[in-house]
Design a binder for this molecule. Sequence first.
Ligand code: ARG
Length: 457
Amino acid sequence: MPKNIIIATERVATSRTDLTEPTSNLTTVHSFLFHRPLELSEPEYPQVEYQRRQQFWDPIRLAIFTLIIAAIIGIAIGIVTHFVVEDDRSFYYLASFKVTNIKYKENYARKTSREFIERSHQIERMMSRIFRRSGESRFIRTHVIKLSPDEDGVNILLVLMFRYPSTDSVARIKKRIENIVYQSLKTQTLPLTISKPSFRLTRCGIRMTNSNMPIPSSSSMERIVHGRETAIDGEWPWQASLQLKGAGHQCGASLISNTWLLTAAHCFRKNKDPSQWVVTFGITITPPEVKRNVKKIIIHENYHRETNENDIALAQLATRVEFSSIVQRVCLPESSIKLPAKSSVFVTGFGSIVDDGPTQNTLRQARVETISTEVCNRKDVYDGMITRGMLCAGFMEGKVDACKGDSGGPLVYPDKRDIWYLVGIVSWGQSCALPKKPGVYTRVTKYRDWIASKTGI
Ligand code: ARG
């Protein structure tokens, strides 16, 4: 902004010199080309010239002056609109596609290997060229995250970064990016053959560190030693804390769009008044990274507190949050997706770490495994209490589990591209981490259509 203002003042200054210059130049020309009439005294001659010229220039000068003033006002309005209305936002897209003219090498699995570095640089150069050649000035940069094997080639996963005015619709930006890629597949000769049907852009479930480097799913796994470990910045960017004014943290929630959170219905048992709730984001409750009021609470019509059935609710933020490395939405799984038993999933929350303990100020995470409903409904486990809208996760031997205060929070699963999906909502359990009493979660896939009907997401 200051730079622009300087440019504007400079322009004014130049124009002013332009105006005065012809006058002085002409005077000079006169004095050199013509012999000065001897009758006129030295001081009189320029005086007459000056007056004549001033009369001649006056209306034009006035017009130009008005024009300059109009231009300054115009530029000022432009600057204000640019920074207030058209505030540029960075957009991250995760792009995945298949390249068919190269073979997978074992060393691609190690990001420090020469093979991985060389190949990913080649891909990054190619993607940059595609966008730069298309005249796409909003493109910032790209970074390869993962190369994985495929029967006929290599699967590529990369982050694409753009800046777009916040007024642009997300759907339009996505179309535009897709069109640029499709177009270049047709018209450019690229070093790598990208399979068009495999090309996908995603904007949810992405984890990024402060420096915009992706956090691989394996990093969360490695740090878990016994049960729950504290999270690092940006590791679970969809995690929110639902707080009751004056009473603090009550429940967790997951961000599914710029304004909608998914949580558990039982979180609103005490209080359903949106004006009494606040939502915070970031890995600590105090201080929070982002704080928002709540505008609307939608509790599932068929929630039953006795059976815990349909323990799902939506909360709408009073003002939208902007996505960043700290705040990001999680993907919702297609209703048809089925996770096999013993899949690795993660539960996160600010809940207590011992039965009936206090809320934690720093977000914690735990890796648990899905348990089939058949096993979970056994007489010695939950004896038939698990219905179709529920999902069990934990360990039969106990030890690792969600607990009080984690309710409403996310149970997430990374797909093979490292994109995170919300598969469960912390709902209930008998005590915490007891053997044969795993955590019970709301099965999000079963409510996919309900969520769409309420939010349009
Ligand atoms: N209902 C509890 C709450 O209000 C969370 C229950 C989760 N329990 C469990 N063992 N996984 O926070």
